[in-house]
Write a protein that binds this ligand. Structure first.
Ligand code: PGA
Length: 258
């Protein structure tokens, strides 16, 4: 059976002292809930890159995993402002989000660039959280499946999936809007992604791939989403900023696994 993953994506939020307080309380919380003894539950936090080293200092002694929010497609060199996969690896960052719809929209990231970022992360042993999803316009035009398949095909071009990778289905119209895909809508796409992996890779890869849902996931809708057979957890934006809500979401996941 696949593990359940609860991943928080802070985006561009919190200052250093807030991040520090959050990690103090989160690691305490995970310890008191004995999360390291809950089989097959993983908690990930993806803070801004400035706080990654602080985060990995906390995660050393905790079942917590840490992820970056973006990475350069280049290995190293004269790329002002960029952060490399090798740097992420050098401070024990476990994961990195790639292809988030905000990067696609505000930074013009193409499928080709996303493919290069996925490759450079895999080469440096950082597990990518590969995001994909359709816009409202594409959904209304009945193009959802075509968009998802095209993002999968181009994003994963020449990638063997011999190493770990996590996929996050995030319908753009549900991100930060308070509008969640219904569990059925999300399940339908997760199932299509798994079917595509089965056809283009193998049954084994399709069955073992962690596919997260993202888009206004919160305590109120989490359980119903987790209960869908092809949804393995969530990539949580807004609700992951609030300690109370995020801890409640971890509790719901613990109960779900228990
Ligand atoms: P949201 O963000 O939970 O605030 O909708 C999810 C994401 O963008 O990863």
């Amino acid at each position: 059976m696949r593990r359940t993953v609860i991943a928080g994506n802070w985006k561009m939020n919190k200052i250093f002292s807030e991040a520090e307080d959050f990690f103090i309380n989160l690691t305490e919380e995970l310890k008191s809930k004995q999360v390291d003894e809950v089989d097959d539950l993983e908690v990930i936090v993806c803070p801004p890159s400035l706080f990654l080293e602080l985060a990995t200092d906390f995660s050393v002694e905790s079942p917590l995993s840490i992820g970056g929010q973006d990475v350069s497609a280049e290995s190293e060199g004269a790329f002002t402002g960029e952060i490399s996969a090798k740097m992420l690896n050098s401070i024990q960052v476990d994961y990195c989000i790639v292809g988030h719809s905000e990067r696609r929209k505000y930074h013009g990231e193409s499928d080709e660039l996303i493919n290069r970022k996925l490759k450079v992360l895999l080469e440096n042993e950082v597990t990518p959280i590969f995001c994909l999803g359709e816009t409202l316009q594409q959904r209304e035009a009945g193009e959802t499946t075509d968009v998802i398949i095209s993002q999968l095909k181009l994003g994963l071009q020449d990638i063997s999936l011999a190493e770990d990778l996590v996929i996050a289905y995030e319908p753009v119209w549900a991100i930060g809007t308070g509008k969640t895909a219904t569990p059925q809508q999300a399940q339908e796409i997760h199932q299509e992604i798994r079917a595509w992996l089965r056809e283009n890779y193998s049954a084994e890869i399709a069955e073992s791939m962690i596919i997260l849902y993202g888009g206004s996931m919160k305590p109120e809708n989490e359980l119903e989403l987790l209960q869908q057979p092809d949804i393995d957890g969530g990539l949580i934006g807004g609700a992951s900023l609030d300690e109370e809500k995020f801890f409640e979401m971890i509790d719901i996941a613990i109960d779900f696994r228990g």
